[in-house]
Design a protein around this ligand. Structure first.
Ligand SMILES: [Fe+2]
Ligand SMILES: [Fe+2]
Length: 190
């Protein structure tokens, strides 16, 4: 199964070798984090391999099979569509209905409140895989090996800072997720 999925993703991203490198980086990082945190490495591997499957599809293709409420909810954050489209593609191409895998793919962009462990692993691995070229990569990975919730919060803050720096308004889900993990890390939410 994993090898079949890998082949399909490699073919899909043939014209985007850097993206495929990134996917392999997320794959390896996610498996390591799954092993450290006693999560299902098989689920982490599948979600990692498929998370950016629809990245270069047109917006029309990305939204084609999405529910209207999803399309509307993310109208101001169309970057979310590639994530939902990838989850749909995995479900239909490989008959995978495991919600931990599908949600990890769906919510890998902003994260969300109250994520499961596989979701957190994919969200964080997307930031700290080795081919990412910003200075915080090693710091985030080390943090993730020790405390996944702190790593999640750190990555959410990076994205929020970036949005604010670009003078854009963050999506409401992004803000809600960040506030949630602020509370988790301050001990208000267990
Ligand atoms: Fe993505
Ligand atoms: Fe990614």
């Amino acid at each position: 199964m994993i090898e079949d999925i890998k082949k399909v993703v490699e073919e899909k991203l043939r014209e985007h070798p850097k993206r495929y490198q990134h996917v392999l980086g997320v794959y390896e990082t996610a498996i390591k984090l799954a092993l450290i945190h006693h999560a299902d490495e098989h689920k982490a591997a599948i979600a990692a391999l498929f998370h950016d499957y629809a990245k270069y599809d047109s917006i029309e293709d990305q939204i084609q099979h999405l529910e209207l409420k999803v399309i509307k909810h993310y109208a101001d954050a169309p970057v979310m569509y590639h994530a939902f489209a990838a989850a749909y593609a995995l479900e239909t191409m490989f008959q995978i209905r495991d919600q931990e895998i599908l949600n990890a793919i769906r919510y890998h962009v902003f994260g969300r409140k109250d994520m499961g462990l596989i979701e957190k692993i994919i969200f964080v691995a997307d930031y700290c895989e080795p081919s990412r070229n910003f200075s915080d990569v090693t710091y985030i990975y080390d943090l993730a090996t020790k405390d996944m919730d702190q790593a999640v919060l750190y990555c959410m803050k990076l994205t929020l800072d970036d949005v604010i720096k670009k003078d854009k308004t963050p999506h409401e889900d992004q803000v809600a997720a960040y506030n949630y993990y602020l509370e988790v890390n301050s001990g208000k939410i267990k």
